[in-house]
Design a protein around this ligand. Sequence first.
Ligand SMILES: NC(=O)c1ccc[n+]([C@@H]2O[C@H](COP(=O)([O-])OP(=O)(O)OC[C@H]3O[C@@H](n4cnc5c(N)ncnc54)[C@H](O)[C@@H]3O)[C@@H](O)[C@H]2O)c1
Length: 368
Amino acid sequence: MLKKGNTITYSGRNNRKDTMASKINSAVLKTAVLGLGRIAWHFHIPQITSNPGFELSAVVEPLPERLREAAEKFNPGACFATCEEMYAKQKPDLVVVASPTRFHREQVLQAFKNGCDVFCDKPLSLSLEETDEIIEAMHKSGRKLMVYQPHRVTAEASAIKAILSGGLLGKIYLIRHSVTNFNRRSDWQAFRKNGGGMLNNYGAHFIDQLLYLNQSSFRKISCELRAVATLGDADDVVKAVITAENGVIVDLDINMAAAHDMSPWYIAGSCGAAVFDSERKEWNLRYFEPAELEQINLQEGLAAANRAYGSGEKIPWKTKVIANKDFPDIDFYEKCREYFAGGHPPFVPVSETREVMRVISECRQDAG
Ligand SMILES: NC(=O)c1ccc[n+]([C@@H]2O[C@H](COP(=O)([O-])OP(=O)(O)OC[C@H]3O[C@@H](n4cnc5c(N)ncnc54)[C@H](O)[C@@H]3O)[C@@H](O)[C@H]2O)c1
């Protein structure tokens, strides 16, 4: 079992060119989907039914009208009101857990017991303790587990990776990300008892994305949580300031009580910064080449020369625009196929999922 404090190695393996395609099993993965809500109906099921590597073998949903709707669209014999009924009839290769978060632990463990691999929607569970229980069960059962983290595969994430690795900004010291809206939340996600709240919900997306982009674990975590516009009791304002092992300051705002949008990204390095234009979906970089800076002599003594503020130097700024459209989308279900049907390592390793859950847990503890 992975214990608290374990260092995660972010190997950048997700960038590598695939050389293992031949190892993907040609068998079609019989796939069951648990929960027929927003993410299952609008994402998982269309992906599964349109990808020849998967076959939708079962759906599980307690609401009779949703089950009827599924029965009209798919094989009625493959629609079940409970997981027990489903496992009594079939053993899928892969179970996609897309039910409310409070059911994830129980349903992931049940899938392992029934000999199935699991693709679970985020967050993996309600707590770090549940996550460790799941990881232990995964190792004991020898099954595979991966969490759906769509913000790793966006064009935006690929553009940020290019900016961070491109070197124009010098040594990166700050990544600030803001996700803002005004939403009087009233569904199950509005309540703490259901594992709702924006730290669990969007936090699981953006903490994962920031860890993935910065490729370094988080060590010092400070966080404030507030319930402001929500109609429930779970947080809808999250403010986290985090120091990564590589020294980068990560500043994350998730604010669902924001009358004005905040600027979404500010990435700063020793030689420049990048900001994101949300309308044009472009990154504006402003930077200088260190070799082009003029020489400035350090002043001795305690009286600023000529009573002047600053040295008066002109920074030879350069600009560059990087457009999201130049980065291709990555197909997450192809990443699933590479892992669940073949010899590829997981696109989202479970150690990185644990780090997300550890950070969420520390954010919650710090917020008190
Ligand atoms: N990755 C993403 O981008 C993304 C987006 C939305 C939601 N999610 C995650 O997906 C999960 C589902 O969220 P949602 O927004 O689709 O919820 P939702 O409220 O739209 O749907 C939940 C569905 O699960 C059903 N359900 C309830 N109890 C169940 C049970 N015991 N077993 C099976 N199904 C059950 C409900 O009847 C409903 O149809 C959550 O964990 C959420 O955090 C992820």
